[in-house]
Design a protein around this ligand. Structure first.
Ligand SMILES: Cc1ncc(C[n+]2csc(CCOP(=O)(O)OP(=O)(O)O)c2C)c(N)n1
Ligand SMILES: [Mg+2]
Length: 396
């Protein structure tokens, strides 16, 4: 028998054990952030305490103030979203508090002629590009009024299936190029989503065809209850770009000035024919996965506590105050304005008529398929039966 001269098969990667990854005190995401910061691999403009580390990357003062305004609008929505859900006034809501720099700094680099493909997590990005608050509230209220995007905005409805939006964004980008515009498509995805086939196909497709795309990969440490470390053996997700021959950039996802800077560069490259870029924003999901999630089942309070010191809103706030670009009084005016804007939008959302049960299927296809027609009839029959049962109970 001839001896086997093939090299030994690599040892399989030992899967992360439960005790390593879900035990109280698990702080791999913090360690990853700190290591990226220390190694200088992660673009940063402001340190977590708000001091400037890269003077050369600072955007104009007016831009810094606008980024702060948009982050505050986003945070206000996030905070009110929780309350509204508890009051039964939102159907579901995936919070993004703590990820505002990752969403606002990136979306702010687009214009309204560009495309935005957000996931369910990216309310902050959609609001930044101009999605009306009332319509966004209607969406999370599961009302059909939130399903139509305004005609003057190329923001897609929030994608719930993971990674579907990535190849679609490439298609939109190629369509823009075919029409001879300089418009780009930006798509968001999470760390978990970057393990899906669609993510990899999209990057390859975009690279091969030099599509004007900007891919934002928000690494927030978790895919529901699965920590990034257990999800993939890769430790630097921006390097996923190497496999497709496109630039990959790692940026501090809690630093709005840095996310804005790197995204502007990527958008400019895409507009001028330089092709796609993958940007990994290193951040953290401080909040539960959705309002229905209970993270105490898979992580401890101590895991998230350290992220308060890295908070993106506080970081930019400290910088603006220190740089004399904002005072506590001007900030108070801004916050009052934001609260008024939100309450007016909430009143508008409250004024939309209640949807009827069968409407849930009305906008799936322009022409309903036979299956949808059958489902619609079933829903109607079920509700008619429920209504008559209720009526006879009330009359009895
Ligand atoms: C195709 C598909 N598979 C599974 C799910 C269920 N699911 C919903 S959210 C989620 C985790 C996604 O994590 P990540 O991509 O990191 O995004 P994050 O929630 O952290 O923003 C999964 C698996 C889904 N929605 N779609
Ligand atoms: Mg995630």
């Amino acid at each position: 028998m001839t001896p086997d001269t093939r090299p030994a098969a690599p040892q399989p990667h030992a899967p992360a054990t439960e005790s390593q990854d879900t035990a109280p005190g698990y702080a791999a995401a913090q360690a990853a952030y700190d290591a990226a910061q220390d190694s200088g691999d992660m673009v940063q403009c402001l340190a977590p305490d708000g001091t400037v580390v890269r003077e050369d990357l600072l955007p104009e003062p007016a831009t810094r103030l606008e980024l702060y305004r948009q982050m505050r609008r986003a945070r206000h929505f996030d905070e009110r979203g929780w309350v509204l859900y508890r009051q039964g006034r939102l159907g579901v809501f995936p919070p993004f508090g703590g990820m505002e720099a990752s969403q606002v700094g990136t979306a702010a680099a687009l214009t309204k002629d560009d495309w935005l493909f957000p996931t369910y997590r990216d309310t902050g990005a959609a609001l930044t590009l101009g999605l009306p608050i009332a319509r966004t509230l209607a969406y999370w209220r599961t009302s059909p009024h939130g399903w139509h995007m305004p005609a003057d905005l190329k923001v897609l409805p929030f994608y719930i299936p993971i990674a579907t939006q990535y190849p679609q964004a490439v298609g939109a980008a190629l369509a823009e190029r075919r029409q001879g515009t300089r418009n780009v498509a930006m798509a968001f995805i999470g760390d978990g989503g970057s393990s899906e086939g669609d993510f990899h196909e999209a990057l390859n497709f975009a690279g091969a065809l030099n599509a004007p795309c900007v891919f934002i990969l928000q690494n927030n440490g978790w895919a529901i209850s699965v920590p990034t470390r257990a999800q993939t053996r890769a430790t630097d997700l921006s390097r996923r770009a190497d496999g497709y021959g496109i630039p990959g950039v790692r940026v501090d996802g809690n630093d709005a000035l840095a996310t804005y800077h790197v995204t502007r560069e990527a958008v400019e490259r895409a507009r001028s024919g330089g092709g796609p870029t993958l940007i990994e924003t290193v951040t953290y999901r401080v909040k539960p996965h959705t309002v229905a999630d209970d993270p105490s089942r898979y992580r401890s309070e101590a895991d998230t506590a350290g992220w308060d010191a890295k908070d993106p809103v506080t970081r930019l706030r400290t910088h603006l105050l220190n740089a004399g670009l904002m005072t506590e009084a001007s900030e108070a005016d801004l916050l009052a304005e934001i609260a008024t804007e939100f309450e007016a939008a909430l009143a508008e959302a409250d004024s939309y008529p209640e949807p009827t049960p069968a409407e849930i299927l009305d906008h799936v296809f322009a022409e309903p398929t036979p299956q949808l027609q059958k489902q619609r009839a079933e829903i109607l029959a079920e509700h008619t039966a429920q209504d008559s049962a209720q009526n006879s109970k009330e009359q009895a």
